[in-house]
Design a protein around this ligand. Structure first.
Ligand code: 5AD
Length: 347
């Protein structure tokens, strides 16, 4: 057994900061090859060959928060939209009819929708048939989270973005990492299949803090973890920066797989923005097992620009789904037609 392989086994059995850092910092192509192929083995053991699709519906770009990295933050002078509860249910029906068995309802933190609105939306969608609902609507009160769960919502996605508390407060004015983590714990305790994730390559983010992020994913016993490269708003988007972030993102996906084992890991939209051609294939062969096609109707989707160049490639169409099936087939994988629930016993 090579030294690398021994270290990977030990990372798998007893993860710690130092072992994770070794791989995050390595630029040796041989070491990275071993890391990726080990992550792929672990993915296969815990998730099999199924690739799960999660349709995303972005239903409002109003946001009360001012996160510095985000293109729909409150201070941005952009055209805003919100889709009415009835229309959300209507669109969800077409998504269900296309065959999706998971729907992710995502929006900015928009206080416009009341708890009753969400209950109506959730019940309306659940009455369509067997489809899992993931909410991705930000920080709420415990009672609100409970009401969504009791109405039938299955999952909740709330990324912690970075586990460095100082960086977190700087990037998310008026918010705190402590409250974010508290929300995640509440969601878990209510019974949601809970998703988290980080951005990779944030200005001021260290590799040590990324290692802490990966250990935090494990501590929180998250069911799904979506991590993607940070995409700067303007000109800084030099090719070499994005290449570094792309590689670092693969490392994070692989290490997250090895450390957290039975989790759902998407190849994120942001990753496809930095490499439209091969990112998805790379991520899927380095630990990922999920793809999230964007099913937001075009007139709204173009207004939901969290970051620049959010690609048309993620836009779902018959062609796109066919492409994914072919991609899966060429990798010895298969696009699942099931919900793809939590892989954890309690999920
Ligand atoms: N680059 C990459 N990802 C971003 N997100 C928000 N802004 C950016 C950006 N500039 C991600 C965050 C958020 C998710 C909806 O989009 O991780 O949780």
């Amino acid at each position: 057994m090579s030294d690398q392989k021994r270290l990977l086994e030990s990372l798998y059995n007893e993860p710690d900061t130092e072992k994770i850092l070794y791989f995050l910092e390595s630029e040796d192509s041989g070491v990275l090859r071993e890391l990726y192929s080990f992550a792929d083995e672990i993915r296969k053991i815990y998730t099999g060959n199924a690739i799960h699709l999660r349709a995303i519906l972005e239903f409002s770009n109003y946001c009360r928060q001012g996160c510095l990295y985000c293109g729909i933050r409150n201070s941005m002078k952009i055209r805003r939209f919100r889709i009415s509860p009835d229309e959300i249910i209507e669109i969800s029906k077409t998504i269900f009819q296309k065959g999706y068995r998971t729907l992710v309802l995502q929006s900015g933190e928009d206080p416009f929708y009341s708890t009753e609105d969400y209950v109506k939306i959730i019940r309306g969608i659940k009455s369509l048939g067997n489809i899992a609902i993931t909410l991705s609507i930000g920080e709420k009160q415990e009672e609100e989270y409970r009401a969504y769960f009791h109405a039938g919502a299955d999952r909740f996605l709330l990324k912690h973005e970075t586990s460095d508390p100082v960086l977190y407060s700087r990037l998310n004015p008026g918010m705190s990492l402590t409250n974010r983590i508290k929300c995640l714990k509440i969601l878990k305790s209510i019974g949601f299949q809970t998703g988290g994730g980080i951005m990779i390559g944030l200005p001021g983010q260290t590799k040590k803090s990324i290692a802490d992020d990966i250990l935090l994913f494990k501590d929180l016993e998250l069911d799904m973890i979506g991590s993607g490269p940070y995409i700067p708003e303007t000109g800084l988007f030099a090719e070499d920066i994005s290449r570094i972030q792309e590689e670092l993102t693969y490392k994070v996906i692989a290490l997250t797989r090895i450390v957290t084992k039975n989790t759902h890991l998407p190849s994120t939209t942001a990753l496809s923005v930095v490499n439209e051609e091969t990112a998805r294939r790379n991520a899927l062969s380095r630990g990922a097992n999920v793809i999230m096609p964007n099913e937001t109707p075009e007139k709204y989707r173009t207004l939901y620009q969290i970051y620049p160049n959010k690609k048309r490639t993620e836009v779902s169409s018959a062609d796109f789904l066919q492409e994914l099936r072919e991609l899966a087939f060429s990798m010895g994988r298969v696009i699942s037609d099931e919900r793809g629930d939590s892989l954890k016993a309690s999920g």
